[in-house]
Write a protein that binds this ligand. Structure first.
Ligand code: SF4
Length: 410
């Protein structure tokens, strides 16, 4: 039986969970949580002073963070922002991922998910299978389904519209967070509609928000080396800019730990910060730790635990105008995600259930990748935080078993 969030004292919950917040959700200041005397590396003190003064960090600050070995101080500074925004709350959601096909016209080198039609392991779900999976999510009390897939060469745009409207008719409670910017761009090409028209049509048929995938690293050198053929960074940002202009909330990612440099990671974060200033609409940054297993880059070692913690903390520090930093436990592991709550992370995402895109064991790992609500809550509580179930838009969910509603709504 699921426990109920009502056990969290209301005074500890940020007054507005917010979504796109260029302002903190609470009135507390990072300075309230900073202890300058605990910062060992002198190179980090000017950075802590900037954070205390609510100044944005620049490229050099980002590199100074990467060059520092003082991981505890980096975590301490990142957590000052995290605590000022969210107090002792850590968010999670009850969701289910549906990867409707792994057939893809592209062959990104870091991707072990994609297949060509007819190739061993290729699959494509029909609409009935998608509805079946959504039904299971609905019956389990999920608030969201997260739908992404490969760039299928033959499915027409109308199929995706039918999928959304079918889901909305059958399961109106479920928030449909669907399609990366790469898929949106693909739909634009196959439908001969503009990106704006595609987004409007998808929303009309039930789209709730966009996930943040497909960003990889906003750098043409990295693009040409490992995901040539895919939308470049400026194209990804254009899709999200248009979504934000239409009032569609989105997320952002960075896939780190393959061929990119640390400087390129910092530049990626700075571009996201700039876009959020110009066209607010990002809810959360999700740094995705590259898992080489089974990909063409399988010879690379992938990031270490310390690199993961630094990436999460530096994301928190550089992205002052993002409300949330999420550890996606499939990439960082549940154990490290728990630790990351002390390194600027405030969200552990969700129950997930099935996830085909990244699997360990050279890609042969089990796609059934599920966390129970009890385990997520236990992990958060053991780290000293208050678990709070959110919906996709970071509104508090009031739950009794599989019955739920969003706070302040019927
Ligand atoms: S990352 Fe996406 S676009 Fe690239 S090959 Fe994999 S499924 Fe296709």
């Amino acid at each position: 039986m699921m426990r109920v969030d009502a056990e969290i004292p209301i005074s500890t919950v940020p007054s507005s969970l917010g979504t796109n917040g260029d302002k903190p959700d609470r009135s507390a200041e990072p300075a309230d949580y900073l202890d300058m005397s605990s910062i060992s590396d002198p190179a980090l003190r000017p950075i802590a002073e900037k954070i205390a003064a609510r100044e944005d960090l620049n490229f050099d600050d980002g590199m100074a963070l990467w060059n520092s070995r003082d991981i505890f101080s980096i975590g301490h500074i990142a957590n000052a922002i995290r605590e000022a925004r969210h107090g002792r709350v850590a968010y999670y959601n009850i969701n289910r991922h549906i990867n409707y096909t792994n057939i893809c016209a592209l062959s990104c080198k870091f991707c072990e998910f994609h297949r060509k039609r007819g190739e061993k392991g290729a699959y494509e779900y029909d609409l009935e299978e998608i509805y079946r999976q959504a039904s299971r999510a609905d019956q389990a009390g999920a608030t969201e389904i997260h739908i992404v897939g490969g760039l299928h060469p033959w499915l027409p745009f109308e199929w995706y519209l039918e999928m959304l409207s079918g889901l909305r008719q059958r399961y109106p409670r479920l928030h449909l967070k669907c399609f990366t910017a790469i898929e949106i761009d693909h739909f634009s090409r196959i439908s001969h509609l503009s990106v704006r028209e595609v987004l409007l049509a998808l929303r009309e048929h039930g789209l709730g928000s966009l996930p943040g995938g497909g960003a990889e690293v906003f750098d043409d050198r990295v693009h040409d080396e490992v995901f040539q053929g895919k939308l470049r960074g400026d194209g990804w940002m254009r899709v999200h800019r248009i979504a934000h202009e239409l009032g569609i909330a989105t997320n952002a990612t960075i896939l780190y730990g393959h061929v990119e440099t640390r400087a390129e990671r910092i530049n990626h974060l700075l571009k996201l910060r700039q876009l959020q200033n110009e066209a607010p609409g990002f809810q959360t940054i999700i740094p995705l730790s590259f898992i080489p297993d089974g990909s063409e880059l399988g010879h690379l070692p992938g990031p270490t635990g310390l690199e993961d913690l630094k990436m999460l903390a530096i994301s928190r520090l550089m992205l002052s105008n993002f409300a949330h930093v999420k550890a996606f436990w499939i990439m960082q592991s549940m154990k490290l995600s728990q630790v990351s709550l002390h390194f600027g992370v405030d969200d552990l995402d969700g129950t997930v259930v099935w996830y085909d895109i990244t699997k360990r064991e050279s890609g042969r790992g089990n796609p059934h990748q599920e966390q129970t609500v009890q385990d997520i809550r236990r992990i958060i509580a053991e780290a000293g935080f208050l678990p709070l179930e959110r919906d996709t838009l970071y509104r508090r969910v009031i739950r009794q078993g599989v019955q739920w509603h969003v706070e302040n709504t019927p």
